[in-house]
Design a protein around this ligand. Structure first.
Ligand code: HGY
Ligand code: MN
Ligand code: MN
Length: 408
């Protein structure tokens, strides 16, 4: 094996030292000092091997390893370093560390490749700061226009561009990614599920990524005194929201295997024990591997929200945030990963991803593939998230050979 496991371990430790909630998982929100600290570690590690980094459209970081044909379309490998709040040490970080070590080997051993190989760190994959997941890759591929991006604000009201500037991120290259300048995208990622572990498999090949629709539901009633307002005169936003939230689970359970739905955020105004809530805002995240069922689930939630609001004389508004259709990975790339894994004596498992990934957005404009490595107990988006560094190293070895095969 060329990949050096101990260097991946060092990268994981160095990157995760940049953490806004030490002792409570890992928190690195996009353009925060933790995020920029982790990015600067990657930039420095790439500089050491002679790879120059630039910031591209959407605030994504790109380090270019030039090949013999610098003008050819690139082969891209990487992931993200932003996390959910109090998340894990491996979601995104494992893929960046694997790509970083692969880049080291390519440079140290001067491995021949014709096309440029780009190491990328996507911005705002999780949506933890701006409430809009897959944002950096969506901006880079033009799925989100510059105007739409300019309107996106974080909880403190800071705009995306403003946050970038404050973090010292200067866009040096604002070209959109497209088929002529990008040949393929490869991402190593932790599985965030139980399949590999239950099958005692070391490597997964992602064939498809589930679709996602994230909305924010706002229910508006009237704030009023909790002690003097008779029950039948209330317009209690919380009682309406509670019934809609309970129905979200039913919408998902009716789908059986393929559908999941989550209410992860609830805000209440004014949020005091002795005041009847005037306004409740909550997120709904629905996912399905089939696009028409995804749309049906989102419509089902909207239908319940409207009916409950009407029956209770409440106002209801639904705002769509992130959405990504279900997407297939490129069969040729899945086959290439499989051949390379088998040559290393590894029998990979073909599977789908219930989690969304930037590669699913990039796959709209070029060939794409993902390599999964096992998650202990399937846990993710929590401090308990864990993947053996040896599994990441094996995945990185496969990533390295796949990227080189595509860039040759
Ligand atoms: O939400 C997701 O599926 C991913 O972790 N951003
Ligand atoms: Mn995630
Ligand atoms: Mn991720």
């Amino acid at each position: 094996m060329r990949i050096r496991t101990e260097r991946i371990q060092k990268d994981l430790d160095a990157i995760n030292a940049f953490n806004g909630t030490p002792g409570k998982g890992v928190t690195r929100f996009t353009f925060s000092k933790e995020h920029q600290g982790a990015l600067s570690y990657v930039v420095e590690e790439l500089r050491r091997i002679g790879v120059k980094c630039t910031f591209a459209l959407g605030g994504n970081l790109r380090g270019r390893v030039d090949g013999s044909d610098p003008s050819g379309p690139a082969v891209m490998m990487g992931s993200h370093l932003d996390t959910v709040g109090e998340g894990g040490r491996f979601d995104g970080t494992a893929g960046v560390a694997a790509a970083l070590e692969a880049a080291r080997i390519i440079k140290e051993e001067a491995l021949f490749h014709r096309l440029p190989i780009d190491l990328v760190v996507f911005a705002e994959e999780e949506g933890g700061r701006f409430g809009w997941g897959l944002l950096g890759s969506s901006a880079w591929t033009g799925r989100i226009t510059a105007d739409q991006l300019a309107k996106i604000r974080d909880r403190e009201g800071a705009g995306y561009g403003e946050a970038m500037e404050k973090a010292g991120v200067k866009i040096q290259d604002s070209t959109l990614l497209h088929r002529d300048n990008l040949k393929a995208m490869l991402e190593l990622h932790i599985e965030q599920g139980r399949i590999l572990e239950s099958r005692n498999a070391a490597v997964g090949i992602v064939e498809a990524i589930a679709g996602i629709k994230q909305v924010i539901v706002t229910i508006e009633g009237s704030a009023d005194h909790a002690g003097t307002t008779p029950m039948d005169l209330r317009r209690d936003a919380m009682q309406g929201a509670a019934r809609i939230i309970a129905a979200v689970e039913t919408v998902a359970r009716q789908e059986g295997e393929g559908g999941v739905a989550t209410v992860g955020q609830v805000f209440c105004e004014p949020g005091q024990a002795n005041v009847i809530p005037g306004l409740v805002r909550f997120s709904v995240d629905v996912r399905h591997s089939d696009e028409s069922r995804l749309r049906a689930m989102a419509a089902g939630v909207a239908h319940v929200a409207e009916n409950v609001s009407k029956a209770r004389n409440l106002q209801c508004r639904i705002e769509v945030k992130a959405e990504a259709e279900p997407v297939e990975m490129t069969p040729g790339i899945c086959g290439l990963i499989e051949t390379i894994a088998r040559k290393k004596g590894v029998e990979p498992v073909r599977m789908a991803s219930g989690a969304g990934h930037d590669t699913g957005i990039i796959a709209k404009i070029c060939d794409a593939g993902m390599i999964f490595v096992p998650s202990r107990g399937g846990r993710s988006h929590c401090a308990e998230e864990f993947t053996e560094v040896e599994d990441i190293a094996l995945g990185a070895e496969i990533l390295l050979d796949t990227v080189l095969a595509l860039a040759r």
